[in-house]
Design a binder for this molecule. Sequence first.
Ligand SMILES: Cc1ncc(COP(=O)(O)O)c(C=O)c1O
Length: 350
Amino acid sequence: MTRYFRPNVARMAGYVPGEQPRDGGFIKLNTNENPYPPSPRVKEAIVATLTDRLRLYPDPMSTAFRQAAAKLHGIEPEMILAGNGSDDVLTIVTRAFVGPGDPAAYATPSYLLYSTLIQLQDGRAVLLPYSSEWTLDLADLAVPGLKLVYIANPDSPSGTAMPRERIAEILRTADCPVLVDEAYGDFADSRYHCIPLLGDHPNLIVSRSFSKGYSLAGIRLGYLAASAEMVEHLVKVKDSYNCDLLSQAAGVAALEDQSYLAQTRSKVQATRARLGDALRSLGYNVPESQSNFVWATGGPAPSRETFQRLKERRILVRLMSYPGYPEGLRVSVGTDDEIDQFLEALRQVI
Ligand SMILES: Cc1ncc(COP(=O)(O)O)c(C=O)c1O
């Protein structure tokens, strides 16, 4: 069968998403979903969309959504492109810039999908290792013919973020588009947000997700912000109707309820601080997180066994291994009650 496939597709393993158990009953802290429900305005907007209009194709450019996102960020609607989740945005960007044999670089340890997207294009992955202070070395960007750089900021699994000034240095150094993936940006202090850099850096693309801050992982909506000229070309790469009617309506309603986002964000941030401190007091190394999860390495017991024992107790976290780094547990910030149960179980198993 493999002979039918492009050799790079036949060879590659494919991205493995985090476990989504179907049988319920788990405290689910493994895929960084928001523990709080979406804004009530989202449900109203979706219900209002359930009319005979479903017969018709949706707006291919998600115009109302682009306007709402542009207003929020103080930029022009032409600088926004909506996607079917931010993964779709990452796919569009990779397809636009990376061809067979082309080098494309990503920070590591980070989101594993970057590598999969490069493999799909038959590109050449270049790794940019984080330093022990969770920053990147500008010298590593000196790769001849580099076509694209991906940086998750905040990063996953570390949860750490580089300040906007550091990203500006990277943008000045890299002679190619730099995609700053802000899927977790809603949980970070605003000094880490990079959309304000767009005016000075034509090679910047910032992606955003509705799956985390807005509690809408089930809807599949994300977007990118870039120069209007960049967006004009990226549009050519997207599927015609990449965002459906329901997700477009949900996205507008969610963006327009910023006070709800602020409430859930501050609850997540408070629980995050408590979770990080508790793990540190148990002996884990936990970098300062700007995300809705923390990354725990070291500690009193091997991560793999701890992961398994927690799972037996119906608590699901994410075990992550990266070559050259110690295995660790990435723990999403749940409700206070979920985190109390997690910490109680963890104390028992270690
Ligand atoms: C760093 C990073 N970027 C992007 C995504 C994808 O988000 P979405 O649900 O918007 O496709 C994730 C999902 O976990 C992520 O961790």
